[in-house]
Design a protein around this ligand. Structure first.
Ligand code: ZN
Length: 363
């Protein structure tokens, strides 16, 4: 397989390696040299154990440098979250950018590790293409865990290879469930959303949408499939200048977004970066420039929450696969066999989690 830069997908210029799990985060969560579990090798099914610093992939020098600014910012932001300090809107935005980066980095990393596995996905986008590309959200949970550690849930599944839209990350005492998909939160937040959509190309998938105006009203529930309660949730709908139409031409949709409130609260309206909403205390509010304290409604039992979020992530991945299958079906395209296999894999893991036979926290 040709070497590619995890950020831009081009042949890497300069000898750089990107650590998918940044070194500051490995240090923040324990012994930097510790071994971690990285799923199973195919076809031998031997567990993969190696230290985090080996989970690194080629990158251009210039791409790496650009992203290191984000890493520097987010190191401070994660510190603030862990210390219970208030955060500004731009920090929420940077943290959501970083979760996009980690999610796609893990996707590409596991893609490389599993290249001899049963489900082969050839990446047609890379980290820099997916930062802020779609609606996104993060649900943050506080637990009673006293020991340091980092875990990932759902990054090593075939479903995640097919649709890298949902995973969970634990950093010490906190769990973060990251979701990102086209129009994930738009409708719930009263933003413009598709009245209809049609798959016009399968590989790469191009979906033509017919956008309708938003209601301007934030609904009581934002996600169509909700997450376990007792958290703080941040949502960010994307602002679009244009979207693909039926003939794969770009259709200008700016008029749908050109509203005073969207303009006023967007993090960067001109560059399609939408506003951030925070949901805590059962209410959703749009974030202004003032600092926001995260008000956690409860401290979860770590073991119980780990199992619950394990189930949540596997179920959510299957739900996202089912949604895509439905869109394909609506366009007269049969469900790919890989989708069926990926859903079965998650169903099997879900059964094992429910029977208490596997831990939901892999590393
Ligand atoms: Zn590059």
């Amino acid at each position: 397989m040709a070497r590619f830069c995890v950020f831009c997908g081009k042949h890497p210029i300069g000898k750089n390696r990107e650590h998918v799990i940044p070194q500051w985060l490995i240090r923040m969560t324990g012994d930097p040299k510790r071994d971690a579990f990285f799923g199973y090798d195919f076809p031998t099914m031997q567990p993969r154990h190696f230290d985090f610093t080996s989970f690194a992939f080629p990158a251009c020098g210039s791409c790496n440098k650009k992203m290191s600014d984000l890493e520097d910012l987010v190191r401070g932001i994660v510190d603030e979250i862990l210390n219970g300090e208030p955060l500004a809107r731009w920090e929420f935005n940077a943290f959501l950018d970083w979760l996009d980066k980690v999610r796609i980095g893990l996707w590409l990393g596991y893609n490389q590790l599993g290249k001899d596995g049963p489900i082969k996905v050839i990446p047609n986008f890379y980290i820099s293409h997916r930062i802020g590309a779609h609606d996104r959200m993060v649900a943050i949970y506080k637990t009673d865990q006293r020991s340091q550690g980092i875990n990932f849930i759902g990054a090593d599944t075939p479903a995640f290879q097919l649709i890298p839209s949902c995973f969970a990350l634990r950093i010490n005492q906190y769990y973060f469930v990251s979701l990102s998909k086209e129009f994930l939160v738009s409708r719930g937040l009263g933003f413009p959303y598709p009245r209809a959509w049609r798959v016009v190309n399968v590989d790469p998938t191009v979906v033509a949408v017919t956008l309708g105006p938003g209601s301007g009203i934030v609904k009581p529930t934002i996600l169509q499939k909700s997450l376990p309660a007792g958290n703080v949730e941040l949502y960010q709908p994307k602002v679009y200048n244009s979207l693909p139409g039926i003939n794969q031409t770009q259709v200008n949709v700016q008029h749908h977004y050109d509203k005073p409130l969207i303009r006023q609260y967007s993090v960067d309206y001109a560059h399609e970066v939408g506003p951030i909403f925070i949901r805590q205390d059962s209410t959703s509010q749009v974030c202004d420039d003032s600092p926001w304290s995260l008000l956690f409604p409860k401290v979860h039992d770590f073991q119980i929450l780990s199992i619950e979020l394990g189930e949540t992530v596997y179920e959510y991945q299957n739900y996202l696969l089912a949604q895509t299958e439905r869109d394909l079906h609506g366009s007269g395209i049969a469900t790919p066999a890989t989708y069926i296999a990926a859903r079965r894999y998650n169903d099997t893991v879900l059964e094992l989690i429910r029977e208490g036979r596997v831990s939901a926290e892999p590393s």
